[in-house]
Design a protein around this ligand. Structure first.
Ligand code: ADP
Ligand code: MG
Length: 288
């Protein structure tokens, strides 16, 4: 165990809107430095809640438990500080930000990350001469990463996620990850909304970014993404807890049998959640 590990201990989380109703009821999980862990679970089991709680989303309250990473009590830090520290979340449903171009957004994000956890007052990352990323270097970096993800460069001038297809939104999430070079990346259903070719391109992009200093938490309902991104460990989240963990074979078993048998083994027969999650995606995206 090192302080580079992400250590989640007995984490209980409720939505601010209903603080007495815990969604997460005691998560135990350690992601070692540079390890890839997958979290699988039925719809509504709390996967996104876990991602949001780790990133510091204001709509969720941590009722108890702790999260340690890089020597910090993560739960005491605001979301932007967690990001500056190297934590990254690729959203399941990325939001549109009309009026903000992809290029400005990425550049501001890179500069904020460069400023670090405790910004030095002598460094002004909006100024290329005082610690900010110079324009030439920024363009080169973004071009290189767009090529990796087979993205059209014209996307840089468009507003963030405004009028983007499902696949474009997911690729933009991966582009952000590529330029920010996180040390802990949480990918919340990055595979949903992608056809099989886009899935392969995105997965290859993620694989190209993998390095010994980047831990990854791949959240997914299906095992198909794990055909491309090989996890060190697979966990099953149900009813707000990790009910079992295993290797890649656990994901294959879920694909073959569905969630019902594994939930039954854990004494959770009634926890199947809503099935046909893929069919629910377009309706939910349309609602945004
Ligand atoms: N902000 C919230 N307010 C109220 N209920 C929520 C909120 N976020 C999630 N929930 C509920 O918590 C449960 C888990 O949701 P979620 O974490 O999105 O699951 P998953 O990502 O595994 O599908 C669901 O029943 C959902 O309706
Ligand atoms: Mg979710």
């Amino acid at each position: 165990m090192s302080d580079q590990d992400l250590i989640i201990h007995d984490l209980h989380v409720a939505p601010v809107a209903n603080p007495d109703h815990e969604i997460l009821k005691g998560i135990e999980l350690t992601v070692g430095n540079g390890e890839v862990h997958a979290i699988m679970g039925p719809n509504g089991s709390g996967k996104t809640t876990l991602a949001y709680a780790l990133m510091g989303h204001p709509a969720y309250i941590v009722r108890s438990g702790e999260v340690l990473w890089k020597g910090h009590d993560l739960l005491k830090l605001s979301a932007d500080k967690r990001a500056r520290l190297g934590m990254f979340l690729a959203f399941q449903y990325p939001m549109a930000i009309p009026g903000l171009s992809v290029a400005s957004f990425l550049r501001s994000a890179i500069n904020a990350r460069r400023a670090g956890l405790n910004p030095d007052p002598n460094v002004d990352p909006t100024d290329a001469y005082r610690g900010g990323i110079p324009m030439g270097e920024f363009r080169k970096l973004v071009r290189e990463k767009m090529a990796l993800l087979k993205m059209d460069e014209s996307i840089a001038a468009r507003y963030v996620n405004e009028g983007f297809s499902g696949g474009e939104k997911k690729r933009l999430e991966m582009l952000q990850m590529a330029v920010l070079e996180p040390e802990m990346a949480i990918l919340d259903e990055t595979d949903s909304g992608l056809d099989i070719d886009a899935l392969r391109i995105v997965a290859e992009g993620v694989n190209a970014m993998l390095n010994p200093n980047m831990g990854v938490l791949v959240i997914t309902h299906y095992q198909r993404l794990l055909n491309y991104i090989t996890p060190d460990t697979v966990h099953v989240l149900a009813a707000g807890r990790i009910i079992t963990s295993g290797g890649k074979d656990l994901a294959l078993r879920l694909e073959e049998e569905g969630y019902a048998p594994i939930l039954a083994e854990a004494g959770l027969e009634g926890e199947i959640g809503d099935e046909a999650p893929e069919a629910a995606v377009p309706a939910m995206e349309a609602a945004h």
